[in-house]
Design a protein around this ligand. Structure first.
Ligand code: ADP
Ligand code: MG
Length: 453
């Protein structure tokens, strides 16, 4: 069997990136029974993880070696540390992790490189006292990355991981509270983990009790030198209804942002997702999708899946035509937030400022101008109502109207400036192809029930 294992390892080494090989297969154990190649794995989790990610590859290699198929056997002599903390797949407390979220399945680009590196490091080094706050918009990979850390560690037999969505955390907390066992809840977490992952902390807005308990828990975990990772939609200071003591703790963490994917990364993600489903899209299709879908990664993913589904349903090849049809549908479903995000992104790039600055209250001249441009574009280009705009920029209606007026006056008075803004509009209209330009009237402003200053 040793020779066979050596052969298998050599083949895996050839086929996989070196770090992946090292982590997962350098000490692979297997035996043959009834012409089936059985892989010995440390726990149930590793089993489903390997099956999901390397099942096909291992199957092919087994056949190449003349075996009928493969299977995974959970080792009956677990390592010493597993004896102390047996992994029990039935017990889901803090463990709702999906095996599809792995580092291998994560496409790294400029937009998420730092977040990836930080998370990969957590996995490689094993937890040792980090406090990380991963933030960014919907669908940019926060859940994927945090679960990848958990997945990686669990599959290696490192069991001291707890992953909760903020919702689950809260419902568990309240359940234990109701049973009069809140201490045992906290104790359970403190005892069972070296790595505590909490996904979607913005959900805790206004949940004062949970926030307070969480603050205590963080203190305790960090005191004990454990690693804590939170994800969130926005920076701690931008979170709504979060108690100041929790906020100040969050602010002490390493803040890592996930950004919208750039064009090149979008292309890579599309190709990657297509390949995962066994397809290779023509490059014009990849280009077209990447150019027109500028939202989050979830959207890219569903476009790829949608296109494949459509093609196989119609028994047609994947063509530009088909992609265009699909996009027409997707664009009409495009959510309001994505539209606003695209405009915000465009304005930030154009004025060379950050989104935090634009949405801040700073009165710096270039920031005020960028803010005015944002308001103007939201109104005239995306046809948002004043109510929506003032909610988004967090300004009074009257202030929004004042900004609109000032900006329009500037456009009238300064031709060069108007040309620049027209250019920005043109760029945006390529990203939001279905939007037609429309300008607002004073009547419209009145219809909103507001006075024009
Ligand atoms: P978030 O938690 O930030 O809202 P998710 O982690 O749920 O986003 O990601 C949304 C979807 O996009 C998931 O299916 C995820 O696998 C996929 N995804 C996100 N980022 C990437 C990436 N860099 N490479 C591949 N897939 C990604
Ligand atoms: Mg998420």
């Amino acid at each position: 069997m040793r020779k066979e294992i050596e052969y298998l390892k050599a083949r895996l080494k050839e086929l996989l990136p070196v770090n992946i090989y090292k982590v997962w297969f350098s000490d692979v154990k297997a035996f043959v029974k009834e012409n089936i190649l059985n892989f010995v794995v440390p726990n149930e989790f590793a089993k489903s993880w390997l099956k999901e990610n390397y099942g096909n590859l291992l199957q092919t290699l087994a056949q190449e070696m003349g075996y009928r198929g493969i299977d995974f056997i959970v080792s009956e002599t677990p390592k010493a540390e597993q004896l102390i903390l047996p992994y029990n797949p039935v017990e889901l407390f803090g463990r709702k992790i999906s095996p599809k979220y792995t580092f291998e399945n994560f496409v790294v680009g400029k937009c998420n490189e730092l977040a990836f590196k930080v998370c990969y490091r957590l996995f490689e080094e094993k937890p040792k006292g980090y406090f990380i706050y991963l933030y960014g918009n919907y669908g940019l990979g926060k859940t994927h990355l945090t679960q990848a850390v958990g997945n990686g560690l669990l599959a290696q037999g490192f069991d001291r991981v707890i992953y909760f969505t903020a919702q689950d955390f809260m419902s568990y907390l309240l359940k234990y509270l109701k049973a009069g066992q809140i201490e045992s809840f906290k104790e359970k977490i403190r005892q069972a983990c070296d790595l505590f992952l909490l996904d979607g902390i913005h959900f805790l807005a206004g949940k004062e009790f949970t926030q307070a308990e969480l603050s205590f828990l963080i203190d305790h975990l960090l005191d004990q030198g454990k690693t804590v990772v939170f994800t969130s939609l926005s920076l701690p200071q931008q979170l709504r209804d979060i108690d100041s003591s929790l906020r100040s703790r969050l602010n002490a963490s390493l803040l890592v942002r996930l950004n919208q994917p750039d064009f090149e990364t979008r292309k890579r993600i599309i190709r990657f997702k297509a390949k995962k489903s066994g397809y290779k899209f023509p490059s014009e299709v990849v280009d077209y999708l990447a150019r027109n879908l500028r939202g989050d990664i979830r959207q890219l993913e569903s476009a790829v899946i949608g296109l494949i589904a459509r093609a196989s349903l119609l028994k047609e090849p994947i063509t530009l035509e088909l992609a265009k049809e699909l996009l027409l549908e997707i664009s009409s479903e495009r959510t309001e937030t994505q539209e606003i995000e695209i405009i915000l992104e465009g304005v930030c790039k154009f004025f060379g400022v950050s989104r935090e600055e634009v949405l801040s209250t700073s009165r710096k001249k270039n920031l005020v101008l960028a803010r005015q441009a944002l308001i103007y574009l939201l109104k005239n280009f995306a046809q948002k109502s004043l109510k929506e705009i003032s909610a988004f920029v967090k300004k009074e209606h009257s202030t929004v109207i004042y900004h609109l007026k000032t900006f329009e006056r500037r456009l009238q008075e300064n031709r060069a400036f108007k040309m620049q803004i027209d250019f920005l509009l043109k760029e945006l209209s390529q990203e939001l192809p279905l939007r037609t330009e429309a300008s607002h009237t004073e009547e419209e402003l009145f219809e909103e029930g507001l006075e024009v200053k």
